[in-house]
Ligand binder design. Structure first.
Ligand code: C5P
Length: 218
């Protein structure tokens, strides 16, 4: 089995998840959605009634939930203490709270350990914000995906069934700003990453491009 690690970072709604799942499926690799782990942590904190805008309160409790990711690219799963939270982590409440929670260093340290353990000896496509820069800088292939804000809002709204495109765009841009501006592991293009602006391309085209890049490094 291939030990390849493909690290895919980029802004919210750039098409990372669909792209990464397609690439993993085509190459017979596992898939890890680290954004889902930050969302799961956020969901649990909200569920516990913890003030997500109080970094000390978040840091004090973030070791508690058991977060487990299933890595099948055709059916990725996320559980918190055994509960399937795949749908719950996509709520507006979680969207609004996930970036502040993700800026807390203790949260990042906890999930970093989980992410590295899951990557293990490779054979995986990993998506997030800091995979190529912090989680797995030694990845054989690093990709940085971006897209125009309007295109990203259209895609995200289509995914979630929302008709509020401008509200969706505001929420994406607000998350980008916090994710890029935070002190610990900000969203940034990693050294050696291939930058791809997906705006003019279909999902199939982007997947094909990444598969070709991956085959070239193997
Ligand atoms: O990828 P997704 O949009 O689901 O990620 C949700 C949020 O999780 C991001 O906006 C970011 O705040 C956080 N995140 C992160 N580092 C990662 C992945 C996600 O900080 N590696």
């Amino acid at each position: 089995r291939s030990r390849l690690v493909v690290a895919v970072d980029g802004t919210s709604g750039s098409g990372k998840s669909s792209t990464c799942r397609g690439v993993a499926d085509r190459l017979g690799l596992r898939y890890l959605d680290t954004g889902a782990q930050f969302r799961a942590m956020t969901w649990w904190l909200l569920h516990e009634g913890i003030d997500v805008h109080d970094p000390a309160a978040v840091a004090a409790r973030c070791e508690e939930p058991d977060i487990a990711s299933g890595t099948d690219p055709l059916e990725p799963t996320i559980h918190v203490d055994g509960t399937d939270v795949g749908l719950a982590i996509r709520s507006d409440e979680v969207n609004a709270a996930v970036s502040p929670v993700s800026a807390v260093p203790e949260v990042r340290r906890r999930l970093l350990a989980l992410q590295r353990a899951t990557i293990g000896d490779g054979g995986i496509v990993v998506e997030g914000r800091d995979i190529g820069s912090v989680v797995w800088p030694q990845a054989e292939l690093k990709v940085y995906l971006t897209a125009d804000p309007a295109a990203r809002a259209q895609r995200r709204a289509a995914e979630t069934g929302s008709i509020d495109i401008s509200g969706t765009q505001d929420s994406l841009l607000a998350r980008d700003q916090i994710d890029s501006g935070r002190a610990t592991a900000p969203l940034t293009m990693a050294d050696g990453a291939v930058h791809l602006d997906t705006t003019p391309y279909t999902l199939e085209e982007v997947v094909a491009r990444l598969v070709a890049l991956a085959e070239a490094v193997e």
